[in-house]
Ligand binder design. Structure first.
Ligand code: AMP
Length: 422
């Protein structure tokens, strides 16, 4: 019986992994330049971490979370995002007690039961940063600078990118704004989609994010969060924008931008790509100044972002096209002819690998011609060992790009293959 993978959960095949590895390396390097250190948090957490941290009323928690009891009945969830876990770890390990700003980054799989489409899966991978411990608006700007820097490193077309920015205020501003939104939408409830009619009671901010055309039209004229900020938040947002201008970072103020997770406060932003379809957000983030306290730590402001690996892969693959057709993965391919050569070859393979060169050989009983075809596809050099070579104590090296051949003494080859194939 053939067992298939679960809908929305893809295999990343060997043809694709070189690009993933390159992206991961660039992401780690960029994060390190800005002083972030990696944290690895579990894939599974207690459900309450997300219902409290991300918000019971958010779609992510309410509709999309994979929830299951363990064998003792403890309700667990596959993580739908990592910020709540990082903050849990920050509180649990007393990282706040060290008194400094904690700059943490992560890379890994997240799970959301969403409708799969291009750029949206049920198992997807996020990279993200969390800077926990400061309210400084310069830090918000630095986090957005990091997002831009990452895109530059990956050589994404700058014209294809757009940084959208808004401020949704602090927890004291929220009830006032919520009321203003409820008043506005309640008067136009007939034009809202059924889902948004429900949101009107539970989470009116989310109406601003609805994709239905009727709701979007209403959202464009809805009360704006920036008009409901307290003086402190207004100043903070002005300072963030001033810092962005100092850094020369292009951005667009978008009063309708809200984020899907309840923990956000003050600054929210999204970096979008014009090269993606409906799912155009490459990354999103902002401040979450109450989350540490909400999860049992002392009041501690924080800012961060998370981006989707799959979406980077889509944009980069489209941009680079076939140019990414990869170089041969192996340095060498050993082609032994006959049983004696195979036995001698096995020893050579072990020696060459220990010298740090990648090498493989044929285990399928292929003819010389077929084995050379495999060599041509997979390696830079072929090393041919037949009865004649063996009798002379030699091996034949062939440069597969130029066709050039040379005979090399076997002991020399085993001892120092590097100098021979440069
Ligand atoms: P969020 O955690 O919802 O703020 O999402 C942050 C980023 O993660 C988005 O901008 C996307 O790039 C990516 N992302 C979120 N959900 C998915 C998904 N279901 N599939 C692929 N990428 C996703």
């Amino acid at each position: 019986m053939k067992v298939e993978s679960v809908r929305g959960m893809r295999d990343i095949l060997p043809e694709e992994t070189p690009l993933w590895q390159k992206l991961e390396a660039e992401i780690r390097a960029a994060f390190a330049l800005y002083g972030y250190r990696e944290i690895r948090v579990p894939l599974v957490e207690r459900v309450e971490l997300f219902s409290r941290g991300v918000g019971e009323e958010t779609e992510v928690v309410d509709k999309q979370m994979y929830v299951f009891p363990d064998r003792k009945g403890l309700p667990l969830a596959l993580r739908p995002e990592a910020t709540a876990s990082v903050v849990r770890a920050y509180v649990e390990h007393g990282l706040h007690a060290k008194g400094d700003l904690a700059k943490l980054y992560y890379l890994g799989a997240m799970f959301r039961y969403e409708k799969p489409q291009l750029g949206r899966q049920r198992q997807f991978h996020q990279y993200g940063v969390e800077a926990i411990g400061s309210l400084d608006p310069a830090l918000d700007a630095e986090v957005m600078d990091l997002a831009w820097h990452l895109m530059e490193r990956l050589a994404l077309r700058r014209e294809g990118l757009l940084l959208r920015l808004n401020s949704i205020g602090c927890r004291d501003d929220r009830p006032v704004y919520r009321e203003a939104l409820q008043g506005y939408f309640a008067a136009r409830v007939g034009d809202l989609c059924p889902e948004c009619r429900r949101r009107l009671e539970t989470n009116p901010l989310r109406i601003l994010d609805c994709k239905e055309e009727g709701c979007r039209a209403l959202a464009r004229s809805a009360p704006r969060s920036v008009d409901h900020l307290c003086p402190g938040c207004r100043q903070h947002f002005a300072d963030v924008q001033a810092h962005l201008a100092d850094l020369g970072l292009a951005h667009e103020f978008d009063p309708t931008l809200v984020r899907g997770l309840d923990y956000y406060t003050r600054t929210v932003f999204e970096l979008c790509s014009r090269d993606l379809g409906a799912q155009d957000a490459l990354l999103g983030g902002g401040r979450y100044d109450d989350l540490v306290e909400l999860l049992g730590g002392p009041p501690t402001p924080a800012v961060g972002f998370a981006g989707g690996m799959e979406r980077l892969v889509i944009v980069l693959s489209a941009q680079q096209g076939a140019e990414g057709a990869s170089a041969p993965a192996l340095d060498l391919y050993l082609v032994p002819i006959g049983d004696d050569a195979r036995r001698e070859g096995a020893k050579l393979l072990a020696a060459v690998r220990r010298s740090g060169l990648s090498v493989d050989t044929d285990y399928m009983g292929r003819s010389l011609r077929k084995a050379m075809q495999v060599a041509g596809r997979t390696a830079r050099y072929a090393a041919i060992l037949g009865p004649d070579e063996l009798a002379r104590g030699e091996i034949k090296l062939k440069n597969l790009a130029t066709g050039e051949e040379k005979a090399v003494r076997l002991p020399q080859f085993a001892a120092d293959p590097h100098t021979l194939i440069r």
